[in-house]
Design a protein around this ligand. Sequence first.
Ligand code: FAD
Length: 512
Amino acid sequence: MIVIGSGMGGLTTAALLSDLGRKVCVLEQHYTAGGFTHSYERAGYEWDVGVHYIGEVGAPTRTRKMFDYLSGGDLQWAPMDAEYDRFYVGDKVFNAIAGREEFRDNLVRQFPDEEKAIDRYLALLERCGDALSAFGMSRGMSPLLRLAVRPWTAWKLRGPYRRRTYEVLSELTDNPDLIATLCGQWGDMGLPPKRSPFLAHAMIARHYLYGGYYPVGGSWRIADTIIPKIQAAGGEVFTYARVERILVEDGAVAGVEMQDGHRIDCDCVISSAGVVNTFERLLPDAAGDYYRQRMEKVQPSSAHLGVYVGLKGTAEELGLPRTNFWIYPSNDYDAALDDFLENPEAPFPVVYISFPSAKDPDYENRHPGTATIEIVAPAPYAWFEKWRDETWGKRGEDYEAMKAALGERLMEYLYDKLPQLRGKVDYFEVSTPLSTNWFGGYQYGELYGLEHSPERLRQGWLRPRTRIRGLWLTGQDTLTCGVTGAMMSGLITTMSMEGPRRMAPLLRRIYA
Ligand SMILES: Cc1cc2nc3c(=O)[nH]c(=O)nc-3n(C[C@H](O)[C@H](O)[C@H](O)COP(=O)(O)OP(=O)(O)OC[C@H]3O[C@@H](n4cnc5c(N)ncnc54)[C@H](O)[C@@H]3O)c2cc1C
C-alpha cells in the first residue's frame, strides 16, 4: 500500500494499517517527514511550522489515548499556562482559562451581565460533541450505510451546527466584546464568525476548553514517535519522494509515477496530500472529473505569513509566557478581514504570537541559552503569485524586500506587547504562502487545506472512499483541520478500508 504524504493524516493511517498487518510505503515530497507537524532548525534555533498547541491531551480522553497508542507512549505533553489564550481586542484584553468551570467563571468575571448567555453557550458546546461524532462517523461509512443512517445524521446535525457562528452567538448575547472573546480563536480554523459554521467554531472551542498542551521536545516528535510503528511492520517513510501522478487503469488504481519518472505499481493508494492536490494535480485526467466538478463548491483556505524569531537568552530570562497572544484591531473580526483584503496597508485582521521554547520543557536541553517565538498572520496568496514558478531562496530582491517589510510590520506587534524584547532579537525570517506551497505542496499556500465553510460541511464526497477503486483519501480535508482532526481522519480512513470486523480488536487496544 502507498500513502502519499507524511502529515498527521498520512502517518496515522499508515501506522494503523501497519498494526493490522499491512506493509505501507509512505512517500513524502519534503526533505523531512511530518507535514505540518515538522520542525526546522536554522541559525541554532528550532521552530514548528503548524503546531502551537493541542487540546484534550491532559486527561485520558479519546484524543490522548490515540496519541499514546500511535507513539507507543513515547510522546509526552507539557501543559501551557492556565491562561492558554489571551485576546487583545482593540484596546481591551480578554482571555481563556483552562477547565470548563474555570473558563466559565473567568468569562463571568469579565462579563458579569452575561452569565446566562455564557451558560447557554457552554451547554451548546457540550451538545456539539454528538454532532461532531455523527459528522465524523458519517464520513467513514459505506455509501449504503450512510444512506440508511441519513435520518440519524440529520437529526444529530440539526439545530445550530451548520448555521454561521455569528448568527448562533448573536441569539445568545448582543455584547460584541463577549462574541469577540468567544470567537478569539477563529484563526485556529481560519474563518471569522460571520463566515464560519458553528460546528467548526464549537469543535475548536471544545478542543481547547481544558487547556493547551505542547509536545515535549517539539512538534517533530509527533512523526518521530509514530514512524517506528510503520517500520516495525516492514513499511517505510521515504522523504524527497514526490508523487507526480496517481496511475489509474480501467477505473482502478494501478500505481504512482514519481517526479523522477519511475513508476511504482500498487493497487491501493491513500492520498493525504489534500483534495486540491489529489484531483487537480495527481489525477488530471478523466478519472478525476467527478471530483473536479464538485470542487467548485469548496475553496482553498486562506494563506498565511509566518515570522520565526530567535533570541539570545532563555524564555524565562526574557519573560516569555506559555500563553498564546491573539491581537485584533477591533471586536468586528469580519469587518477587519474585509478591510485588510481590500487594503493591504490596513491593520492585520489577526496576529497570532506563540512562544514555543517557553512551552517546551526540553527546549533548553537542545538549544541552551536561547528562545524562540512564532508569529502568524493571514496574507492572500495573490500577493505572491507572480513568484510562484521561482525556486525557493532565489525569488529575487523585490520578493525579499516585500517579505522583509511584512516581517518588520509583524515584529512591531510583538514589541508592542513585549517591549522588553526590543534589541534582544538575534535572528528572524519570514515565510510566505509560497513557502507553504514549496514545503507542504499546497497549491494556493492554503493554511488549513479546504476552507471550513458551511458549504464544505455539506460535501458528502469529502470522505475516505473515492469512486476510483483502490484510491482512498485521508487528512484534514476529509474531516477537519488541526493535528487531532487529521489524526482522527486517519482512524476513519482505516476503518473505511478495513471494515468493522478487523477494526474492532484494534479499537479495543487503542481505547482500552
Ligand atoms: C501556521 C499553522 C499553525 C497551525 N497550528 C496548529 C495548532 O496549534 N494545533 C493544531 O492542532 N493544528 C494546527 N495547525 C493545523 C494542523 O497542522 C494541520 O491541520 C494538520 O497537521 C494537517 O495534517 P494533514 O496530514 O492533513 O496534512 P499535512 O500535514 O499538510 O500533510 C500533507 C503532506 O503531503 C505531502 N505531499 C503533498 N503533495 C505531495 C506529493 N505530490 N507527493 C508526496 N507528498 C506530498 C506534503 O509535503 C505534506 O507533508 C496549524 C497549521 C498551520 C499552517
